[in-house]
Design a protein around this ligand. Structure first.
Ligand code: SDX
Length: 427
């Protein structure tokens, strides 16, 4: 691959160009500062890679998403969430014995330490479950002092499996706390997603039996959220982990990053936006106008993406599941029709077409979650459960990379140049 030539005044330097396994190319500027004193500037990293990665490939122009080379369409149809979690973390599809061992280990670690229950007592009932989830995840590190060394593969593996096993339990307990209901414990005879649904919706006085169709649909939704390369929350996990903080602290940072309305918090914002539109008579015209108005901070939530300049392949699949799940549950949520009408309206509007703003993963997911009985405050928690295997896979790739370095970006300084201290009576 020919080098890139950078001309700086009279001087030119050659910079190596690296090619990735899908033909993408990058200029390696690692030596730029040491050879020229120059740094580069790229707000929001729109054109900058911090790492090589073999975990997930996404092509925003063509709407392609693959985990370890397998398309999400294939995995959604043929795999399970725990199998995808194994695939992302270890890089290969497990054989029968490996999958059995993985599923069994997860099953045996779904219980959290009993004294963790008291952690929830400190939160007000209206605390957002994402805040409780991040706090409890961070607190988990205090229970396993012997397994916190991120550089020890055995500790890393058991910590990763503990997190996959316990996050649904913590999530369900955060919900139960918010509705002042007794906590429901995991039941080892249930498979992963059904176990979570049981902890969410059962009561000590009445066991609910999760419908297999709903459990399967949620398992598929978890698969579709499982990883997305260097998104904000995965980057947060890598950044915190690059200083060799333990994996619980790194994942807690990822949960906090995901909670923002521009990232994972969008799925809750979408349903609240659609409800507001319905309450406003269901006419999306004025909302589309607002979304286009530079002076109005309102954005069409669930639309647009840093990478996808085509349909988000996950949105396409989730839209299909939305109708199936609502029919299966026998509920008819008017916001689904409104969402589809809004999508058509936006995709016919020059503003959205010009900027290549399409529905993203968050546009339809909340409609399904609500039909399943989840309150809007739990939607991003569901995103976190789904994304956890991706965070762990990205973290493991970073921590096992022999060339990994602590992440410490440079800056373009625009502050005051040196000036003398001013005594109080001179100010
Ligand atoms: C996720 O990175 C990932 O992979 C994330 C994710 C994952 O799986 O991890 O895919 C999950 O976070 C999905 C995104 C969920 N967020 C939302 O739905 C919130 C609404 N969308 C936007 O805020 C926005 O589109 C972002 C944050 C998703 C992307 O922002 P960018 O890449 O910084 O794009 P931008 O803000 O520079 O927008 C480009 C233009 C701007 O207009 P101009 O200044 O060029 O005139 O498009 C406009 C923006 O104003 N624009 C929108 C819009 N999104 C972008 N205008 C109206 N409504 C929108 N939703």
């Amino acid at each position: 691959m020919d080098d890139a030539t950078l001309a700086i005044g009279e001087e030119t330097i050659e910079l190596p160009v690296v090619e990735d396994s899908e033909g993408g190319r990058a200029v390696d500027i690692s030596a730029l500062r040491s050879t020229t004193g120059l740094i580069t500037y790229d707000k929001g990293y729109g054109s900058t890679a911090e790492t090589e990665s073999a975990v997930t490939y996404l092509n925003g122009e063509e709407g392609i998403l693959r985990y370890r080379g397998y398309s999400i369409e294939d995995l959604a149809e043929k795999s399970t969430f725990l199998e995808v979690s194994y695939l992302l973390y270890y890089g290969t599809l497990p054989n029968a014995a490996q999958l059995e061992d993985y599923v069994e280990t997860i099953r045996r670690h779904t219980l959290v330490r009993e004294d963790m229950r008291h952690l929830f007592d400190v939160f007000p009932a209206d605390a957002h479950p994402m805040q409780m989830l991040a706090s409890a995840t961070s607190a988990m590190a205090t229970y396993y002092p012997d397994a916190l060394d991120p550089l020890d593969p055995v500790s890393a593996d058991i910590s990763a499996r503990r997190l996959i096993a316990k996050l649904p339990t913590i999530a369900a307990w955060a919900f139960k706390h918010s509705v002042s209901q007794p906590f429901i414990y995991p039941r080892n005879e249930l498979e992963y997603t059904a176990n979570f649904l049981n902890m969410m919706f059962s009561l000590p006085v009445e066991q609910t039996t999760p419908s297999p169709a709903v459990s399967k649909a949620l398992d598929v939704l978890f698969i579709l959220h499982a990883d997305h390369s260097q998104n904000l929350s995965s980057s947060a996990v890598r950044l915190v982990g690059s200083g060799q903080a333990n994996v619980f602290s790194s994942v807690s940072a990822g949960i906090h990053a995901l909670s923002g309305p521009l990232h994972g918090g969008a799925n809750q914002q979408v349903v609240e936006m659609l409800d507001a539109m319905l309450a406003d008579g269901g006419n999306s015209d004025s909302w589309i106008t607002r979304a286009k108005d530079k002076d109005d901070p309102f954005r069409l939530m669930g639309f647009g993406h840093r990478v996808y300049k085509n349909f988000d392949p996950r949105a396409r699949l989730i839209k299909k599941y939305a109708r199936d799940v609502l029919d299966e549950i026998g509920t008819d949520d008017p916001v689904l029709e409104l969402a589809m009408e809004l999508e058509q309206h936006a995709l016919a509007d020059e503003y959205f077409v010009e900027r290549k703003l399409y529905p993203n993963v968050d546009f339809y997911s909340g409609i399904i979650y609500r039909a399943m009985g989840f309150p809007a405050e739990m939607f991003t928690v569901l995103f976190a459960i789904g994304r956890l295997p991706g965070w762990l896979a990205q973290w493991r790739e970073m921590i096992t990379d022999p060339n990994s370095r602590i992440q410490r970006p440079r800056q373009v300084y625009t502050g005051a140049t040196e000036r003398p201290y001013i005594a109080m009576d001179q100010r």
